[in-house]
Design a protein around this ligand. Structure first.
Ligand code: SF4
Ligand code: SF4
Length: 207
């Protein structure tokens, strides 16, 4: 019984080995370093064994791939940034390795907190890419990025991202995670519509 399974395993290995040469011969040079070749090798049913010629070529990551987090901002009609983060601190609380630091903005006149982060830091070397911050954020303000090319010789300064480095536009989020972005936009639009529908009733009940 065991011998039969070992033989079956060896046959699968041999099949992959032979397919590697067959597919290489059939595809010719277009299998490597071309958009078509990369897309073909990224498919689940691709055949043969291959080496990704990184960094010259990169296999596209799936939508749900997550690396480090980034903060989302919307662009207002006048072109200014509207940061979604309210500095509520939930992401920092749920972060398992505690690699998020937030400083909330304080109104200099009233000394009351303003729902915008004055400072926001993430230590990328401690982040374990779990995505909890993005899952728990009530404002869709923090999302997991696809960009995994963050290697640097300057570990201390370069791997602690501040607000400036973390901020990316909502349009970028829509490009890397189109399904999630569309779903969240729809939920927000539905909430706005529901709020707008309630308004006349509230106004009518106001004395
Ligand atoms: S990213 Fe989200 S959870 Fe974190 S502080 Fe900002 S609004 Fe709160
Ligand atoms: S992905 Fe996980 S570890 Fe990284 S900052 Fe978010 S909660 Fe923390």
């Amino acid at each position: 019984m065991n011998g039969k399974e070992i033989l079956r395993g060896l046959t699968v290995t041999l099949k992959h080995f032979v397919e590697t040469y067959v597919v290489d011969l059939v595809s010719g040079k277009k299998r490597y370093r071309t958009a078509e070749g990369i897309s073909d090798r990224a498919k689940a049913d691709t055949r043969g064994i291959f080496t990704v010629q990184y960094p010259e070529e990169k296999i596209p990551v799936p939508e749900e791939f997550r690396y480090i987090p980034f903060l989302v901002y919307d662009v207002k009609e006048d072109g200014t940034k509207s940061i979604r983060c309210t500095s509520c601190g939930i992401c920092a609380k749920v972060c398992p390795p505690q690699c998020i630091w937030i400083v909330r903005t304080v109104d200099p006149v009233t000394s009351k907190p303003v729902p915008v982060p004055a400072e926001y830091y993430i230590d990328l070397d401690i982040c374990m890419n779990c995505g909890f911050c993005a899952e728990y954020c009530p404002f869709d303000a923090i999302k997991m990025d696809h960009d995994y090319e963050i290697a640097s010789y300057d570990r201390r300064a370069a791997h602690v991202y501040n607000l400036e480095k973390l901020l990316k536009p909502a349009s970028y989020y829509a490009v890397i995670r189109p399904t999630n972005a569309a779903r969240e936009d729809q939920v927000r639009a539905d909430k706005e519509a529901a709020k707008a529908a309630k308004k006349p009733t509230n106004e009518a009940s106001t004395p």
